[in-house]
Design a protein around this ligand. Structure first.
Ligand code: AMP
Ligand code: MG
Length: 417
């Protein structure tokens, strides 16, 4: 809705809060969750609450990088196709073999990738450079000392910090934990996010629509977004615009919530906006207009004995989604010791014109093409237009001081997960 005229912008501007100021208030009021020890399988998706160090060197012992023959490099010096060197093969050492092997003068050992380098050996001749012999082997290439050897500590030294506190544990980080022998780690647990939508007009998908009703999409969307962000999400079905239903619903949900996210009922001043009036009585939630579009009406605060953070997001689905990705995501980060958490952004060239109200930062849905760094502004930018959400993979940012962008302009673009 860009129907406002000039003097409205000026009237608005003085009571708008900047996106940054709203974000800062959110971050300032959230304390990280209590860290807990989790097994490395359960810890996936959580954030480290401690530095992880190597308790041993990695690799823990010198070992072969290839299948071949463990040799003393000096003994095959000068070996070539025309001038091969023949050695006795005194045995074989395979990966996992714990025996104490050693090479003696004039001999070598067959060795497989990952096997402990025998005493005395200082290099491995790859099998391709030999005749593959069993009792005796003909070596057709010289090797330098250290050739095809993975030295102990060559990956990490004992005591090295392998993963630092604040790191989110994905598959790669889980590998590092396991490879360094950690069965558990201290992590910030996945935040439990309770999502609840309000509105007399909301019906459950799957049920017939009575005239005047719409299907609730926000609660499903926000729960999915929370899960995508690494949280445990619980969805509460739609609550009517009635304080007598809303208050007990919220109080019930507080028990299992690290964050509460509601949608709807916070527009500017309608008497049907029960969320606002009901929660205002709890006293700790601040409702404000943030200088953005969509998503201007924002509420944030803490409620209950545990000062549980609560977001009251606007009801329009696009507003609710953008608000989640900007504000709730930052709060989820703060709960997991990552206060700077935000969506990644890139620069891209817009392929068509864009409009934005003066004094407000717009987040417009776009289709980002990473290959050529262009972004197509999608049609249907109204904050109720869910269809466009289904085609977007990015939010094009139009700064507060810009009202028009043209094809070819450069824009900052948030990459949606
Ligand atoms: P409100 O913020 O309650 O004034 O709602 C603004 C607009 O968003 C209205 O058109 C609502 O019908 C719509 N809306 C509110 N909640 C939802 C929801 N959970 N799912 C889809 N649309 C919603
Ligand atoms: Mg409503």
């Amino acid at each position: 809705m860009t129907t406002e005229v000039g003097h409205h912008h000026h009237a608005d501007a003085k009571d708008l809060t900047s996106v940054e100021a709203h974000l800062a208030d959110i971050r300032d009021s959230i304390r990280p969750l209590t860290p807990t020890q989790l097994g490395i399988t359960e810890a996936e998706g959580c954030v480290l609450a401690e530095d992880i160090t190597a308790s041993r060197p990695l690799p823990p012992f010198d070992n072969s990088a290839m299948d071949g023959y463990a040799v003393v490099a000096r003994e095959v010096a000068g070996a070539s196709t025309d001038n091969p060197v023949t050695l006795r093969v005194s045995g074989e050492v395979a990966a996992g073999d714990t025996g104490a092997y050693a090479v003696t003068p004039g001999s070598c050992l067959r060795i497989t990738t990952g096997a402990k380098l025998p005493g005395g050996a200082d290099a491995v001749v790859p099998i391709e450079d030999t005749d593959g012999g069993v009792a005796r082997v003909t070596v057709r290439a010289a090797v330098e000392p250290g050739h095809a050897v993975r030295f102990s500590g060559g990956d990490a030294r004992q005591g090295d910090v392998l993963l630092s506190r604040g790191t989110r544990l994905g598959p790669m980080q889980i590998a590092v934990l396991a490879a360094s022998g950690h069965a558990r780690a201290a992590v910030y647990p996945r935040p439990r996010v309770v999502v609840l939508s309000t509105g007399d007009e909301l019906s459950e998908p799957g049920h017939a629509l009575a005239p005047g009703k719409i299907w609730d999409s926000n609660s499903f969307m926000l729960a999915a977004a929370a899960r995508e962000a690494g949280c445990l999400a619980f969805r509460h079905g739609p609550v009517p615009d009635d304080p007598l239903e809303l208050l007990p619903a919220i109080e019930d949900q507080l028990l299992r919530a690290d964050v509460l996210v509601t949608s709807g009922g916070v527009s500017m001043g309608g008497e049907h906006d029960v969320i606002k009036h009901t929660l205002e009585r709890l006293g700790t939630i601040r409702f404000r207009k943030v200088a953005m579009q969509p998503g201007m009406p924002q509420g944030f605060g803490t409620i209950g004995e545990d000062s549980t953070p609560i977001f009251t997001l606007p009801g329009n689905p696009v507003s609710a989604y953008v608000s989640f990705q900007l504000f709730v995501l930052a709060a989820l980060g703060a709960l997991q010791g990552q206060p700077d958490r935000q969506l990644p952004s890139v620069r891209a060239t817009v392929t068509g014109p864009l409009h934005s109200p003066a004094g407000r930062r717009s987040y417009l849905r776009g289709a980002l093409n990473r290959a050529d760094s262009t972004v197509v502004p999608l049609s249907g930018q109204g904050s109720h237009q869910v269809a466009t959400l289904g085609r977007a993979n990015a939010l094009i940012i139009v700064p507060e001081w810009v009202v028009d962008m043209e094809e070819g302009d450069d824009a900052e673009v948030l990459c949606l997960p």
